[in-house]
Design a protein around this ligand. Structure first.
Ligand code: PMP
Length: 404
């Protein structure tokens, strides 16, 4: 059970006002808010043991190294990776995807096929297009249906012995719809193709078990998990991480360097060139601790209540259309009202203290599918309330009156 009043006390930002109104924060799919425990972790790092890791003999460096490696183990446990060295700490989902896409550039040849879904964020499209341009690989797309689900029959027909890699999000950021990644992975593996799952949107709502899923790669960002920006993870099965070449060269990622020949460090350091976001990594672990203390079963149950309530209340508004109507969804409502531009609704909501996202949500192909310029997206978290949804609904009604 969630005690939302108590939880809200943990988030200082939820006490602030915007344009003189209490903040109603419904832009959680873009970035979640930060609990005091994570803020304290960041302050503690810079106040007490700020230093560079992995190479210092002095106490501060050892303390920072220990905390950073403890954070890696927290991430490993959270995602149930077999080994801690299968967790690469990166700058976030986009960085993680680029590491994999750049690595596959040397593993893929002309005529090989890679498959993407129609529901992707630009960061899970563009790096692969760049990879295809360099290699001559062919990009195939799993189409989507009107309700925001994937056309799985077509997917099954697309996979064949030429397929080398499938990349798909676990949950769509634009619609909140949940994709059948278990089925996607199983089918790809019948043809020995690797699967990379973009978990940026799923991880705030679902605790993924990468071994049970049998995902070859799984990526996510800390800033959607009550952690800071600029840090995330790349999980990769050991065999794949061994096969992929390093993404960046530099300090920390080497075993030996000479002008004749350089050899690379083992996992995970091979992919962690340079000084990482040390404080961010440690705070990532603190964000996961916080969410696990709330409990992902509790989070899923409570957010589902918010989704059901918000969907029913918003649909009472005449002319309001929700995109992504499949029942397999996380707590995201993407909508438009009649012909009103989503930006105009978002700007009025902001004046009422309500933060939503408007636009194409970095998923232009989805907007093209629906032939719309964008949507208004309200995304809920476990610290939101039904009262806040009521404020949103009356705000949308007011915006519609003003704009009609
Ligand atoms: N994929 C999805 C599904 C996302 O929602 C996002 C963030 N909106 C990203 C990738 C990119 O994440 P980041 O900006 O943290 O790198």
């Amino acid at each position: 059970m969630i005690n939302v009043d108590k939880i809200r006390e943990d988030f200082p930002i939820l006490k602030r006002t915007v344009h003189g109104k209490p903040l109603v924060y419904f832009d959680n799919a873009a970035t979640s808010q930060t609990p005091q425990a994570v803020i304290d972790t960041i302050v503690d790092y810079y106040s007490n043991y700020n230093s560079n890791i992995h190479r210092g003999v002095h106490t501060l460096s050892q303390e920072a190294t220990d905390k950073y490696e403890e954070a890696r183990i927290k991430v490993q446990k959270h995602f149930n990776a077999k080994e801690a060295y299968e967790i690469i700490l990166t700058a976030g989902t986009t960085h993680s995807i680029n590491i994999v896409a750049a690595g596959f550039t040397s593993l893929i040849k002309k005529g090989d096929e890679v498959i993407v879904s129609a529901l992707e964020h630009h960061s899970n499209i563009v790096p692969w297009q760049m990879m295809c341009e360099k290699t001559g690989a062919i990009l195939k797309v799993i189409p989507m249906f009107e309700d925001g689900s994937l056309d799985m029959d077509t997917y099954h027909a697309l996979v064949n012995e030429k397929t080398k890699l499938v990349f798909c999000n676990h949950v769509s950021n634009a619609l909140g719809t949940l994709n059948p990644i278990e089925e996607i992975i199983k089918k790809a593996h019948e043809f020995n193709a690797a699967v990379m799952v973009d978990g940026a949107q799923a991880t705030p709502h679902i605790k993924p078990d990468v071994q049970a899923l049998d995902a070859d790669f799984y990526v996510a960002s800390a800033h959607k998990l009550c952690g800071p920006t600029g840090v995330g993870l790349l999980y990769g099965k050991e065999e794949w991480l061994q096969k992929l070449p390093p993404y960046q060269g530099g300090g920390e990622m080497i075993a030996t360097v000479s002008f004749k020949k350089t050899t690379y460090a083992g996992l995970p350091h091979k992919f962690e060139a340079g000084t990482p976001n040390i404080c961010g990594g440690i705070a990532f672990g603190a964000g996961l601790d916080y969410m696990n203390a709330v409990g992902f079963d509790n989070i899923a149950k409570y957010e589902h209540e918010l989704l059901t309530y918000g969907t029913a209340e918003l649909l009472k508004i005449e002319g309001l259309k929700i995109y992504g109507t499949t029942t397999k969804k996380t707590a995201v409502i993407s909508f438009n009202v009649g012909e009103i531009h989503p930006y105009d609704i978002g700007a009025i909501l902001d004046k009422l203290g309500i933060a939503v996202r408007t636009g194409h949500h970095c998923a232009q192909p989805i907007m093209d599918f629906y032939q719309i310029p964008g949507t208004v997206r309200a995304s809920f978290s476990f610290y939101n309330t039904k009262e806040e949804i009521d404020i949103l609904v009356s705000g949308v009604k007011r915006a519609v009156r003003m704009l009609s």
